[in-house]
Design a protein around this ligand. Structure first.
Ligand SMILES: C[S@@+](CC[C@H](N)C(=O)[O-])C[C@H]1O[C@@H](n2cnc3c(N)ncnc32)[C@H](O)[C@@H]1O
Length: 240
């Protein structure tokens, strides 16, 4: 089977699986309206997992998010925090820098322009929808973010506020670079700080996904230190 036939085959298998195991979608009026105006890549099943993790946080330690893009998941985390009266800080990172900064396809717009726009819309989106509980957003790649976390550094976030990094983490939503090496590092670094009973949600980790995150997902399972809480269809783990 050639690559494109294999892709078609995998897609069909996923569709059949979705019919047999439908994704639980807890979209409501707010989340539907938000998704209409706040750009982003959201698997609707993540709503259920985000809501679950935030409702069952083991402590008041920070929540972290890797890969914020235009702030859709950030605002959803904020929404579920408010819903459950959770006051844990949300600290997230994105550098809005990709390997490729050249033209977007055949257009006159470059990826570099696209990412400047993404950061600007991120700031507007979270100021509008999470303005009462702004996340602490650090403009760094996740490897550097975790290095600063380990060192307990005090850094300035993109809104000009001093933010102290470090200490235990209660929940990590990992949605940064999906290549194996990066996703693996995000897991190893999260694992270093995630407390017992803490949650880990990997975007694009569903069974049958073509993303390399699936290799990391299998390695998380192989540690036997994580319980699978939800597959909807992405994996939400809780650390023993
Ligand atoms: C799939 S998008 C995130 C989508 C977002 N969570 C949402 O709700 O729409 C991935 C994001 O990760 C960022 N990213 C890529 N590599 C990263 C890295 N090494 N560290 C942190 N963020 C990274 C990208 O700039 C991009 O904004």
């Amino acid at each position: 089977m050639n690559k494109s036939n294999l892709r078609l085959f995998n897609r069909s298998v996923r569709k059949i699986k979705n019919i047999l195991n439908p994704v639980i979608d807890i979209s409501d009026e707010y989340t539907s309206l938000l998704c209409g105006i706040n750009a982003g890549w959201l698997e609707r099943g993540n709503l259920y997992s985000l809501n679950y993790a935030i409702e069952h946080l083991p402590s008041g330690s920070p929540i972290i998010e890797i890969g914020s893009f235009c702030g859709l998941s950030t605002n959803l985390i904020g929404y579920y925090k408010e819903k459950h009266g959770v006051t844990n800080k949300l600290i997230n990172c994105d550098k809005w820098e990709w390997n490729n900064s050249g033209p977007m396809g055949n257009s006159r717009i470059s990826i570099a322009d696209y990412l400047i726009y993404a950061q600007n819309t991120y700031m507007g989106n979270v100021q509008t929808f999470s303005g009462n509980d702004l996340p602490h957003t650090i403009k760094e790649f996740s490897d550097d973010f975790f290095r600063m976390w380990r060192a307990g550094e005090e850094v300035e976030d993109i809104f000009g506020r001093k933010t102290k990094l470090g200490g235990p983490i209660s929940f990590a939503f990992v949605d940064g670079n999906h290549e194996y090496e990066f996703a693996k590092n995000d897991f190893l670094h999260t694992d270093e700080f995630l407390e017992s009973g803490g949650f880990l949600l990997f975007d694009d980790s569903a069974d049958g996904t073509e993303w390399e995150v699936s290799r990391v997902r299998d390695e998380v399972i192989a540690t036997k230190r994580y319980e699978i809480i939800i597959k909807n269809p992405n994996y939400l783990f809780r650390k023993h």
